[in-house]
Design a binder for this molecule. Sequence first.
Ligand code: 13P
Ligand code: SF4
Length: 308
Amino acid sequence: MDLKSKIKDLKEKKNAVILAHYYQVPEIQEVADYIGDSLGLSQKAAETEADIIVFAGVHFMAETAKILNPSKKVLLPDLEAGCSLAESCPPRNFKKFIESRPGHTVVTYVNCSAEVKALTDIVCTSSNAIKVVESIPKERPIIFAPDKNLGRYIMQKTGREMVLWDGSCVVHEAFSIEKLLEVHNEHPDAKIIAHPESEEHILKSATFIGSTSEMIAFVKKYQGDKFIVATEAGILHQMQKEVPSAKLIPAPAIEDNTCACSECAFMKRNTLQKLYDCLLNENPSVEVERHIREKALIPIERMLELSK
Ligand code: 13P
Ligand code: SF4
């Protein structure tokens, strides 16, 4: 039996579900029960009846699934699959940041640790961030963390002032505007679509800005057109599969950057073999201490309630 068949077999025997993010390698996407963006994945995690959740994504995503399912086993193929954004916001520093700004409503992007979520009033993802911020009464000042690029974008869209934490995603900050415009000159008929974690100059050049699943939905709407895609390259697999007629061009990254290929090294730590091994051994699993988990659940549930 090949590895994919073995995974499918084991998954059924153990009543496990495989949730995968669009940035995973194609072979992982192919064995997943559900592929989605951060919101879709947390919604699926909240409603699953499986005994085991295999989270093919990064640590904060698996942690969110564990917070929603404390009695279930949540497995992550590689525990080192972190996130530069989550790392840019150490809980201790963030606590001080909040304490020095009393009276603020704390909104955090889901790309942060459980400890940071435990300090949060409401969580958001890139697909509901505007809705979440608009749900906060106008007179309330807001702290937004950890992504300054998404934060700035929300401020522009909502007209709300927010105090921003200075964090960013190493992959989305690696796109080169000069090269992007060069590619656009070569393909003037292409629409530039971008994830809001990208820098302001990239977003200004984009026809459409949205979460990973919103970007796929946009491409679906225009079928046979050409698109320059400014987000992690793993999305191209599912995008092309869902819209075979679309011509997709990955947005170029700065050459001397470690992420020159616009791939997320954290997401790519997961492999099909590691996925199989973790399902077989039921290890590594993601754990969250009870006192953190109980506090972090509240802002996640607020977000899910608002996103129904
Ligand atoms: P999405 O929620 O849009 O999938 O974003 C997740 C992410 O990590 C983007 O870098
Ligand atoms: Fe984190 Fe960026 Fe990787 Fe997304 S692409 S998981 S934000 S490092």
